[in-house]
Design a protein around this ligand. Structure first.
Ligand SMILES: [Zn+2]
Ligand SMILES: [Zn+2]
Length: 274
């Protein structure tokens, strides 16, 4: 049984998730969750199938607020949003948000998804990075670092998302000193913002990776810098609401973490002993 018993990173049919929000809330409650946070992809003016339709943002907020009332006294529900760097709304009016970078923006205004189809990312590397996969990773980390340092979000989502497609494409060597230093250099200034670093099990649930984001060497450094983490499932299907939480918690303990942070029962954030 996982100790976290919560996820602040949950998608529904309002964006690219498979499960309607009421079914997700019921699943969490039946699993004995102490809290649940919804975090649909914030409206953006491109790739519309992926995010909340801008005309439905108020409907999303109203439904989650209604679920909040329905579960009041039993399981606190929070209204969150996963806000991409290129989203077109501010996170105001939400209880919290997760900051994420899912795209490269081209000079002509088009976008390449970072965690979309491998062939699209490969084409980006060939067209814009001279075929250099490490240069692609450098650009990704620079975008995320600058976003987090300037916006100071409460949570940083899937820090090393570039690993997803690198798993199949082998665009760069994840074990290389150059890659590791690049990732550490991007993570270091985030520790000073006080953001929570998400330990995201979503890619395990979907079979893309065997370890969570971020990779263990990054979690180890984060601990040394005094950073705090939260375990999230980035759930798109209620069947995987707490997928691989046990493994993530065991990994954190092995790296010296004695607690994680979750959405709380009384306070917004509460610590849970690992
Ligand atoms: Zn994401
Ligand atoms: Zn997500």
């Amino acid at each position: 049984m996982s100790l976290t018993l919560s996820s602040a990173h949950v998608h529904t049919t309002f964006c690219d998730g498979k499960t309607p929000a009421p079914d997700m809330a019921r699943t969490a409650y039946e699993k004995g969750f102490v809290s649940l946070g919804f975090s649909s992809h914030a409206p953006q003016d491109f790739d519309p199938g992926y995010c909340i339709d801008p005309s439905r943002e108020e409907e999303y907020k109203a439904l989650i607020r209604a679920l909040q009332k329905e579960y009041a006294g039993r399981m606190p529900i929070y209204l969150g949003v996963e806000r991409d760097l290129y989203a077109c709304v501010s996170p105001e009016g939400y209880d919290y948000y997760l900051a994420a970078v899912h795209y490269f923006r081209h000079p002509d205004g088009h976008h390449t998804p970072i965690d979309g189809r491998p062939e699209d990312l490969k084409r980006y590397v060939d067209t814009f990075c001279g075929g250099d996969g490490l240069e692609m990773a450098r650009r990704y980390f620079a975008l995320l670092r600058d976003y987090v340092v300037s916006f100071r979000p409460p949570i940083v989502a899937h820090f090393d998302l570039v690993r997803k497609n690198n798993f199949a494409l082998r665009l760069y060597d994840e074990e290389s000193a150059a890659y590791r230093q690049m990732a550490l250099d991007a993570l270091r200034p985030m520790a000073e913002t006080g953001a929570l670093l998400e330990v995201n099990t979503g890619a395990i649930a979907r079979g893309y990776l065997t370890t969570p984001y971020p990779a263990p060497f990054l979690l180890k450094a984060w601990k040394e810098w005094g950073g705090e983490v939260m375990v999230n499932s980035d759930c798109h299907n209620m069947l995987y609401l707490d997928c691989a939480f046990d493994e993530a918690e065991a990994l954190l303990r092995s790296l010296g973490y004695d607690h994680a942070v979750r959405l709380g029962r009384k306070e917004k954030w509460e610590r849970v002993k690992l």
